[in-house]
Each structure stands twice: as C-alpha cells, then as structure tokens.
Design a protein around this ligand. Structure first.
Ligand code: DGL
Length: 345
C-alpha cells in the first residue's frame, strides 16, 4: 500500500485535507485506445492505478490520495467472488482511522451492481464513491479525468457522509441504489429514475436530496459476515417467450429467479405454469421490470403474487434485484421476509 501524497492543500482553510484511497478495478477509466479519435474502440483495464493518479496532478489540491490495484478487469466480467473481495477491502479501509473516504474506479457496465452491493453491505458512514468513464483517457474529450477528480472531491467531503454508497459520473452524484447505465455510447450515460442526489461543480459538492431506503450502517447485511452468495439468475420477458430459460437456471442451481418482465413485471401466460411449478419446488420468483427508465412493480397488480407466493422487486431493475435477492437469501427463506426486504432496500 503506497503512502498518501502529502502535498494536498485543504480546499477549505478550516479543514485539513482528507485521506482518500482509490481502489482500482479496471474498466474504461483505465482503458487505452490506439488514437485520440478512438472514443469507443479501445481496450479496457490497461492503465494501473498509480498511473491514473500520477496523471492527475489536480488531485493533490483535492485530497491526500493513495491507490490500490484490487483487480484489472472489464466489469462485465465481475463475479460474486470479485464483489465479496472488493466489499471486504472497502469495509477494512472504512474501519481505518487513517481513511476519510474511498473511491472505486470501475467499468461502467456493472458499476450499478457493485455500487448497490456496497450500499447494502459496507457498514460505514464514510463516503464511498464508485466512478467510471465512458471514454478511455487516450480519447479526445475523455471524461475519466474529471470524473475521477469529482469522485475524490466527494469522497473527501464531510457532507457526503451518511448518504450511502454514491456513484459520481458526468458531474452528477447518484445514489448507488438508484443509478443505472441507461446509454452505452455517451458521457451522460448514467441515470437515476428518481433523479441524482446532487452535483459536483468546480470542486464542490451540491446536494438536492438524500436517500430514504436503508443502506450502509442501517443495513441488516454486513459484508464482514458474508462469505458466499447464493446463485440468482435473471430471465427476460418478451413476445413469444417460453419457460425454457427459467427451467435451465433452476436446473443449474439457482435459488431465486429474477423475472425481467415487460411493463409492470408481467409474466406471459405460457410462462406462469412453469414459474408456479418452480416455486412449488422451493425457488423464489421475483418480478422486476425490463423497462429501463424506472420500473415499478406492484404486488397483485398484473399477477396474483399472494396466490402464487411470488415477490415483487418494487422499483429495482433486474440486475439490482438480483444483488438484493442474493443478500436477502443469506438471511431468510421466507417469502414475506423477502418482500419486506424488497420494500425497505
Ligand atoms: N468493458 C466495459 C466495462 O469494463 C467498458 C465500459 C466502461 O468501463 O465504460 O464495464
């Protein structure tokens, strides 16, 4: 572990510069392309964390920063083991008196899943900020540099304490719970269906709302107490769909299935009998919505969830519902408890 660059000047005369650790995992923010015109053609997960930090002298006026290379992978390849390892390191650092905030550089593809997982399992009020970029640092108008400076700014800002795990992208501060990658080719790629929490402008955080769902120190899930995650899979709903995928995931050992349903998490008539049979066998069926700007699945609206003993994912998209379902199944095998958890987190 490197020493902090002890050259930071406090941005607030009354406040000593924060100590911020940057945990690097890979992704485009560590990517490199063949030329400046390659904003979409490049290799992710190439540039090491110390080079990322050294390439940003502006960081020294924001905080005392040091880096750790946890992984160097494209985030579509993140596994449950990666999530557990990263979460445990974040928790360790957050427990250290020498650390005021943590930034995680991450690929944007699954950034939202990691941010939600940490939001649910890291028991600390210290700012934890996940950040990525849509263009590699080698491209014209690369967004990674300012995204990283903004992320360190928020991670070192006492006003970010207690806000849950955050995602900082494109000058916006998002809740790790709500944020999702809505566009895959623009720098304004990330959205929260109910809006960002705030903005970062010229080195200062501005807040407009706070999270109300349970997170971090108010979560019943604690990364230090979790050693493995049960298998939960996602199957998509669409026209002419059959129950083949659901049955295949069940045969592969899934303990719960996230139904990424059309509209209000609807289930095709041809699929209902197969899902009911899987529930009878003990798998949990959780209805989410495939709509990408804020699904909202109501119990007993388009499906008799009480009768079928199914769970609804509330406003969580399928990939976030999977994260919560894995954690919930480390605590309970009761449908009513599962549904409580989906209402509260
Ligand atoms: N392979 C993708 C990932 O690591 C690149 C996308 C990105 O990081 O922006 O998530």
């Amino acid at each position: 572990m490197g020493a902090y660059a002890q050259t930071a000047q406090t941005t607030d005369a009354a406040r000593k510069p924060a100590n911020v650790v940057v945990l690097a995992t890979g992704g485009t923010i560590a990517g490199a392309g063949a030329s400046a015109s390659n904003s979409a053609t490049y290799q992710a997960a190439k540039v090491p964390v110390d080079k990322l930090i050294a390439g940003l002298p502006e960081l020294t006026s924001v905080a005392n920063v040091r880096g750790e290379q946890v992984f160097q992978i494209a985030s579509e390849s993140f596994t449950n083991a990666n999530l557990l390892q990263l979460g445990k390191r974040v928790a360790e650092l957050a427990a250290s008196n020498d650390v005021d905030g943590i930034v995680i550089t991450h690929g944007t593809d699954t950034l939202e899943e990691t941010a939600y997982f940490l939001n649910l399992t890291v028991h600390s009020e210290k700012p934890v900020v996940v950040v990525g970029s849509m263009r590699p640092g080698t491209a014209l108008s690369a967004d990674g540099a300012l995204n990283l400076v903004n992320a360190v700014t928020v991670a070192g800002d006492p006003t970010a304490r207690g806000q849950g795990v955050l995602a900082v992208m494109n000058d916006e501060i998002h809740s790790g719970r709500d944020v999702t990658k809505a566009v895959n080719i623009r720098t304004d790629a990330f959205r929260s269906p109910w809006g960002p929490l705030g903005m970062v402008v010229e080195g200062k955080s501005y807040w407009f709302r706070a999270p109300v769902k349970r997170h971090t120190v108010n979560s019943e899930f604690d990364i230090t107490q979790i050693s493995e995650l049960p298998r939960v899979d996602i199957a998509y709903g669409y026209g002419n769909v059959s129950d083949v995928a659901y049955k295949a995931f069940a045969d592969a050992g899934a303990k719960a299935l996230i139904h990424a349903g059309t509209g209000n998490g609807s289930v095709a008539a041809d699929v209902v009998p197969g899902l009911r049979a899987l529930r009878e066998k003990g798998l949990f069926i959780i209805r989410s919505s495939r709509v990408n700007q804020g699904g909202f699945v109501l119990r007993n609206a388009e499906q008799p969830d009480d009768k079928y003993d199914w769970v609804v994912a509330h406003d969580l998209n399928p990939q976030k519902a999977r994260i919560l379902a894995m954690l919930a199944l480390t605590k309970t095998q009761d449908t009513r408890e599962l549904q409580r958890i989906f209402w509260e987190y």
